[in-house]
Design a protein around this ligand. Structure first.
Ligand SMILES: Nc1ncnc2c1ncn2[C@@H]1O[C@H](COP(=O)(O)OP(=O)(O)OP(=O)(O)O)[C@@H](O)[C@H]1O
Ligand SMILES: [Mg+2]
Length: 265
């Protein structure tokens, strides 16, 4: 944030400066990211689109501190990720970021609530509180009556809702989702989008990768990646967003954004 901005200006929670990622596999080098500059403000809801192999998941892994850039800087909530210890990074991944993946990544032998409580186990939360919070998260995604079901006893859409519950159980400020609706039918897609809409309305920052235009349309901003670079960005500041679903009050932060389609849930 610069000195001239008002205190009501949403903070850039994510700042990428000339971020590059080169993968080396034997003698082969792949430049997956080639100098990405990106600012994401607190409370924004962003869709990342782009062809297969363009670097979207690589970017998501870096945003989520699951991988580090080969070059360039990443500041998360003002802190230089490149200078953080592995321990700090693990804490951030566990407490401040919620991940949702296309393949759900649920543990098959555990019930829904056991899957959801896992991030709380890693965070050292006590047993009784873990159970209460896991069940409450499952309630939020409409699965109160499925808490004891294992993943293979749930539909794809229900499994993804369990994964969303797992992502939100730690109450993270940032939700990163890599093609969360890629394996879902249109009804389940709407369910999951409804959940993201609610999370956004409650102040979370959401970054979602998708190939589907109707999924991207739910976000207030679309960033297109091509060949490891940002090719197009519909708006880098929520205050200038023209999305009719977002508040037009220039003083309003992302957290106070209201979404009309929230009512569809
Ligand atoms: N672990 C890895 N080791 C080597 N190369 C990799 C690795 N991960 C990704 N790549 C390469 O980096 C490039 C970007 O991959 P990435 O997974 O980020 O693409 P993507 O945009 O997510 O594609 P998709 O839409 O198919 O998921 C690709 O050319 C890929 O082959
Ligand atoms: Mg990908």
């Amino acid at each position: 944030m610069t000195d001239t901005e008002s205190p009501r200006t949403p903070l850039p929670v994510i700042e990428l400066d000339d971020v590059r990622k080169t993968y080396r596999t034997g003698a082969l080098e792949v430049e997956a990211l080639r100098g990405v500059n990106l600012r994401i403000h607190e409370g924004e809801y962003i869709a990342i689109m782009g062809p297969s192999g363009s670097g979207k998941s690589t970017l998501m892994h870096i945003l989520g501190c699951l991988d580090v850039p080969t070059a360039g800087n990443y500041h998360l909530a003002g802190e230089d990720v490149g200078r953080m210890s592995e321990e700090d990074l693990a804490q951030i991944r566990n407490r401040r970021i919620g991940f949702v993946f296309q393949q759900f990544n649920l543990l098959p032998t555990l019930s829904a609530w056991r899957n959801v409580e896992l991030p709380l186990c890693y965070a050292g939360v006590g047993r009784a509180e873990r159970r209460t919070r896991a069940i409450s998260a499952l309630e939020k995604v409409g699965l109160r009556d499925r808490i004891a079901h294992r993943p293979n006893e749930l539909s794809g859409g229900q499994q993804q809702r369990v994964a969303v519950a797992r992502a939100l159980v730690t109450d993270p400020a940032l939700i990163l989702a890599d093609e969360p609706t890629g394996n879902l039918d249109s009804v389940s897609t709407q369910d999951v989008l409804g959940l993201f809409g609610e999370l956004h309305a409650s102040g979370r920052t959401i970054v979602l990768i998708t190939h589907e235009p109707e999924v991207a349309a739910a976000a207030g901003r679309v960033v297109r990646i091509r060949d490891g670079n940002v090719q197009d960005d519909t708006g880098s500041d929520p205050r200038t967003s023209t999305d009719p679903r977002t508040s037009t009050d220039p003083r309003a932060g992302g957290a106070s954004t209201t979404l009309t389609w929230e009512a569809h849930q």
